[in-house]
Ligand binder design. Structure first.
Ligand code: TZP
Ligand code: MG
Length: 202
């Protein structure tokens, strides 16, 4: 899971989710997460189905919704602290699907790992306007602290851009996600490529 981790955001996107995911795949991302906080279930199912079809060479994960993930045979889900509990999601999805968990501090990270999470989303690293309830930023020290004690991959998210991403990778993040910095760009593929280049340089 090293590299750029792509998450959709239809509200911020210039080109729309389908175009953005095509661009992310063209840039060679390993993971695409479908996230939509506004769409109704039926709408999500239809859009997730279209994205699932094109994500052949990348893992396709669904944010929040285990039912949608099951409905489109996604590769897994990404769940926050207030979503379905890990154990329930695991029971519904089975052993082979990926479950990533959002954590905000070391205690949550250790718990997520001991539950069996496949990876962690550590959030938020910096101040972000994209997620209003993201909570206080943990900074680079949170990544370092979690990386010292956890062995599963750590994806850093929240307020990351091309100016601070190198420091995030240097702090130990296995993956980075930058939503607004990427989906508001006129060239999503080129923007992702710049983040990916940082992983090669560090
Ligand atoms: N989860 C934690 S912060 C965040 C999500 C989905 C939003 C990140 O957006 P941005 O624009 O990269 O700060
Ligand atoms: Mg969630």
């Amino acid at each position: 899971m090293r590299g750029y981790y792509f998450i959709t955001d239809a509200a911020l996107s210039r080109a729309g989710n389908l175009s953005d995911v095509h661009s992310a795949l063209a840039a060679g991302v390993a993971v695409v997460q479908y996230r939509d906080k506004r769409a109704a279930g039926r709408e999500m199912l239809a859009e997730a189905g279209r994205l699932r079809e094109i994500c052949r060479d990348a893992l396709f994960l669904v944010n929040d919704r285990v039912d949608i993930a099951l409905g489109v045979e996604a590769d897994g889900v990404h769940l926050g602290q207030n979503d379905l509990p890990y154990e329930t999601a695991r029971r519904l999805l089975g052993e082979r699907k990926i479950i990533g968990l959002t954590v905000h501090n070391l205690a949550e990270a250790l718990e997520a790992q001991s539950l069996g999470a496949d990876y962690l989303g550590v959030s938020p690293i910096f101040t972000t306007g994209t997620k209003k309830d993201a909570g206080p930023p943990g900074g680079l020290s949170l990544i370092r602290e979690i990386k010292r004690q956890v062995s599963i991959p750590v994806i850093a998210i929240g307020g990351i851009n091309l100016q601070n991403a190198a420091a995030v990778i240097q702090a130990g993040a296995d993956g980075v996600c930058a939503i607004s910095a990427v989906v508001t760009s006129p060239d999503v593929r080129a923007e992702i490529a710049k983040f990916q280049a940082l992983f090669r340089d560090i």
